[in-house]
Every structure is written in structure tokens, then in C-alpha cells.
Design a protein around this ligand. Structure first.
Ligand SMILES: [Zn+2]
Length: 355
């Protein structure tokens, strides 16, 4: 089991060969942590193996508590990073892509969680190579989590990917489609994009087959069905209003990153999956005082904080932000800090964080 002491040792070891300010240590003052991470990102951009012409250096808008600044940042080429491709939800007013996250390992994007609207463009901006992906996990099939799958496959036709691509998603629920029915309706021979149906055939002419697997929605026990080169994927079904969703976790050696997805977490299934995670990426769609149906669909900040604290995480990244939660960052930070003692960050598209 990963504990805080082990984490600090690992960070200390990693720091030996890196420039000052690289790495991340759990800090009790989140604002200080933010400034350390800010400096870390700048240091990464200035590291010797990356020039300012590197395509992975994307121009982004990043929010600080009292100002908005423009910066260039990217993931480093050594170690494990989580990059936010889409920090928004489904709003058309926030200039943020919908849900999408990359896990980078030693300079290669290996796992993509969610393919929400806009994530394909952000994937390009990140400098990631579609051929490097080991697997894709979808948390649910609403457009803000899945709409760019056709765009990714259409674009992949020109990339000469040779390896089959595992695609994981939810099984059908009482009120929701399962992954295979959904892809069949969208991308099957009689679907909306029949020219992409070939990717789901073992005789695919596109160079690779999309290998679909549905994760059972009723099971409280985490699914742990994928492992490759030290990268493990696990997931657990969660409740999302009257529908279902999946929380995902990516483990790379001693780093665990849990993505809560959209969930009210009434059944408390996220806790089991998140245990011992280094980073929690929490979907922050509703404020603390939310009531009624929205509370069944999303967790308020105090619940996200509880998951992060019980997981013993270092960092809570708040993503899937909405107009209901934007503008309340200081209040939210206070609410979270009374429960979770690690660092808290409000995500924006393209930001990249190291545990
Ligand atoms: Zn959502």
C-alpha cells in the first residue's frame, strides 16, 4: 500500500537528478503548493530536453486566485504526469473542452480517459501521438465524455497505427446504453458514421481494430482488467443520477491517479477504487450547497475532499468545472481544506501535473 512516507521518499529520489523546484510534495498550504507547482511547470518548460519550439508546449490560460495569466506549460519527458485535455463540462461559454485526460509515462501518452467534445483538438495540442496509446477508458457515454470518438478514429486513418486499441466503457444500465450498443448505433455499418465501422472488425483496413469491452455497471467491486508495461487500469461503477458512470484509476508503478467521473457517489463506490491514490481528479460540477437532483448526479466539494483525504492523496485536481462552481474558488478551497490537507487545484485545459 502506498503511504505518505513512501511518496515523499520517491519524490526525494526523483529530485536528485532534476532541476530545483521539480517534483511535488504534499504541502499544507494550498496557495503555496500552487505557486510551487507553477514554478515546477515553468522549470519543466525550461528543462534541457525541451525547447520552446516543442509542439507539446501548448499556450494556455491559467487561473490564479486573483488573476488570469497566460503561460506555456507541458508535461515533462521523464516520469508520470496527468494532463487535463478538457477541464469543462458541457457548457458553451467557458472556452474549455469537455472531459478528457491523458496519463503520460516517460514522454509518451499511454492512457486516455474520456473523449469529450473538444478533447481531440486538445490531444493534438498536447503533442500526444495516437499511436502511443495503450488504452482508452470512457467514464460514460454522454456527449461531454465521448463525443470525439468519431473524430479520433477519423483522424487515426492517416496515422498508420498498427496495434489494436482497447476501448473500455460502461455496460448498459436501466436508463443508459452500453458501450457496444452505443458504438454500433454511432459507428456501425448502419450507424451515423458507417465509413468508420471497419475499425470494429478484426479485418480492419485502418491498420488496427478497436477492441471494445464493457465494464459491468452493477458491480461494486473494482474491475482490474488491463495491465501493460507496468501500467494498470481499474474502474468501478458509480451512480450518476438515474444513470450510471465509471470511475477510473490508472496506476504506474507507485503512482495512482483516480478519476471520479460524474457521480453523486451515493453508493460510496469511489472510495474503494481511490484508496492509496496519489492524485484524485474530481469532477467539480456543483457547489457545496447543492440540493435535489443535481446532488444525485455530482458530489459537492466536501465529498470530493473526503475521498481525497481517505485515499491519502497528495493532490486533488478539480475538473469538469461549470458555471455553478466557477467564481466560487476561494469558498470551495476553504470548504475542501477543512477536510483534505493536501493541495487543491482548479483545472484548466492543457495543464499537466506531476505527483
Ligand atoms: Zn459530465
Amino acid at each position: 500500500m502506498l503511504n505518505r512516507k513512501m511518496l515523499s521518499c520517491r519524490v526525494a529520489e526523483r529530485r536528485k537528478g532534476l532541476p530545483p523546484m521539480l517534483g511535488f510534495t504534499r504541502l499544507r498550504r494550498p496557495l503555496l503548493a500552487l505557486s510551487v507547482l507553477w514554478s515546477s511547470a515553468q522549470a519543466l518548460g525550461e528543462s534541457s530536453d525541451m525547447t520552446m519550439d516543442d509542439p507539446r508546449l501548448a499556450r494556455t490560460v491559467t487561473e490564479r486566485p486573483f488573476e488570469v495569466v497566460i503561460d506555456r506549460r507541458a508535461c515533462g519527458t521523464r516520469g508520470v504526469y496527468v494532463q487535463v485535455l478538457g477541464a469543462g463540462a458541457d457548457d458553451l461559454t467557458d472556452a474549455q473542452a469537455s472531459s478528457g485526460y491523458l496519463v503520460w509515462v516517460d514522454g509518451k501518452a499511454r492512457v486516455l480517459i474520456d473523449m469529450g467534445a473538444g478533447s481531440a483538438l486538445r490531444f493534438e495540442e498536447s503533442g500526444a501521438d495516437f499511436k502511443d496509446l495503450y488504452a482508452v477508458g470512457l467514464s460514460q457515454l454522454h456527449a461531454e465524455h465521448s463525443a470525439d470518438l468519431p473524430a479520433f478514429l477519423q483522424g487515426a486513418a492517416k496515422l498508420r497505427r498498427k496495434e489494436d486499441l482497447p476501448l473500455f466503457g460502461p455496460a448498459s444500465g436501466e436508463k443508459t446504453l452500453g458501450l457496444k450498443t452505443w458504438t454500433s448505433r454511432l459507428l456501425g455499418p448502419n450507424g451515423a458514421y458507417p465509413h468508420l465501422a471497419d475499425y470494429f472488425s478484426p479485418f480492419s483496413q485502418g491498420g488496427f481494430e478497436v477492441l471494445q469491452e464493457e465494464i459491468e455497471s452493477a458491480n461494486r467491486r473494482p474491475w482490474r482488467g488491463f495491465r501493460r508495461d507496468g501500467i494498470a487500469l481499474s474502474a468501478v461503477a458509480t451512480d450518476h443520477g438515474q444513470g450510471t458512470s465509471l470511475a477510473w484509476r490508472v496506476d504506474v508503478e507507485d503512482v495512482g491517479i483516480t478519476f471520479t467521473g460524474d457521480t453523486g457517489n451515493r453508493r460510496q463506490t469511489v472510495k474503494t477504487l481511490a484508496e492509496g491514490s496519489t492524485i484524485i481528479v474530481g469532477h467539480h460540477a456543483v457547489p457545496e450547497n447543492v440540493r435535489g437532483y443535481a446532488r444525485d448526479e455530482h458530489m459537492p466539494p466536501s465529498q470530493l475532499a473526503k475521498i481525497a483525504e481517505e485515499a491519502n492523496a497528495n493532490l486533488l485536481i478539480l475538473s469538469h468545472r461549470t458555471p455553478r462552481t466557477r467564481g466560487r474558488e476561494l469558498q470551495t478551497r476553504r470548504e475542501i481544506s477543512s477536510v483534505f490537507k493536501g493541495a487543491v487545484l482548479f483545472a484548466n485545459d492543457m495543464e499537466c501535473w506531476e505527483p
